[in-house]
Design a protein around this ligand. Sequence first.
Ligand code: UD1
Length: 426
Amino acid sequence: MKIILVVGARPNFMKIAPILEAIEHHNGKGRRPQIDPILLHTGQHYDQAMSQSFFEDLGIPRPDINLEVGSGGHAEQTGKVMMAFEPVLERERPDLVLVVGDVNSTMACTIAAKKLNIAVAHVEAGLRSGDMTMPEEINRKVTDAIADYLFTTDRIAGAHLEKEGVPNGRIFFVGNVMIDTLVKHRERAKQSTVLETLGLMNGEGLHPYAVVTLHRPSNVDDSETLGRICETLQEISLRLPVIFPCHPRTRARMDQFGLGGFFDGEKSRIRLISPLSYLDFLQLNSHASVILTDSGGIQEEATILGVPCLTLRENTERPITVSQGSNRLVGNTKETILKGFEWAMGPAARAVVRPEKWDGQAAERIVERLARIGRMGSAGFGEERPVESVTHSAVVLSGHVVKTSNELSSHESRKSNILSFPLRKN
Ligand code: UD1
């Protein structure tokens, strides 16, 4: 069974690593069919900090194919990936293309493969923020609408897919591959010296600190918004030093908007640093007092690490991190972020919550299922019924109160572009 596994951008690497390992394990055990994996990097992210260091930290083999598309506008990047991927598909004629997450490469490779009638499996399917201004939401919806096999991280995602008309038998609730990687590397991350290097750990022990990451267009592309967030971070830094591993996109906007002043000078307690490698970042997050972020994956990692997480967005496609984990939506106003910060500094639960099947075994389940599909063809569908009970859909921020979509009035629902749907209990 020949499978092309696609990676493109930073959040893809930690998702593909455990799947490659599970394939190796499957083949090593002599299970049938043997799987021939081809690792393809689109080159959406390309530099050492955003790409190469993850291959090194996570032991991912060198990609068999690199499309080297690089940066560009959304249409340009998506188009370039499709154009470069099509001849690869024609040459290799794989049995299946496996894509992960919601980046431009995910959607582009799905479209190119399906147009050639090649089956596609999507890992991390069914996540929905309800926010069509997010480029990732468009990528998610397009990918899920045409992919054949949809692997989900929780039951809420399965319910979204069902509501959108995906037959239940194509949806497989397997758990969270990103958490597979976190579980596997947590011990190794303790050897990282990042805390000492940043002066957070010394003879006196660990000093409390906050971690910040930001890269979403809604937070960083507008000078007023980014300036307001920087001002808020400065206020937070009076209480706790702030470590800010800065995405290249955010760094470019700060330079463009002349915001460097917030981070210059000896008095600034905000440390703007380059993006960190996987292990350093895991170690940094594990010991943080609070994480402020607009990333999707970090909300999930914080849930497993038991670190209070303030998400600088109005909504999240990962509501389970709010309903079960330590994540709170705080938007991007000074008032709401500071309010969230006070919550996080209080007796906020730091207990580790483990959503169902976030147990380090998701990739094994995926490969097992793919092998079964390989053996049985489409007859392999429909053996699992993933949606049993759903208590809520996407979570949105409404008047500083976090609500699930089912708690919103229909007016609010329409405003926030989230539709409630009937709950189903088996
Ligand atoms: C992309 C994904 C986003 C993901 C994020 C993680 C989409 C639509 N967005 O956003 O979902 O959360 O990656 O990082 O696919 N750049 C570099 N070096 C690199 C890569 C990028 O300097 O290796 C710079 C370039 O200036 C580029 C900018 O970062 O223009 C943005 O990169 P891009 O891949 O377009 O989108 P991200 O904002 O990283």
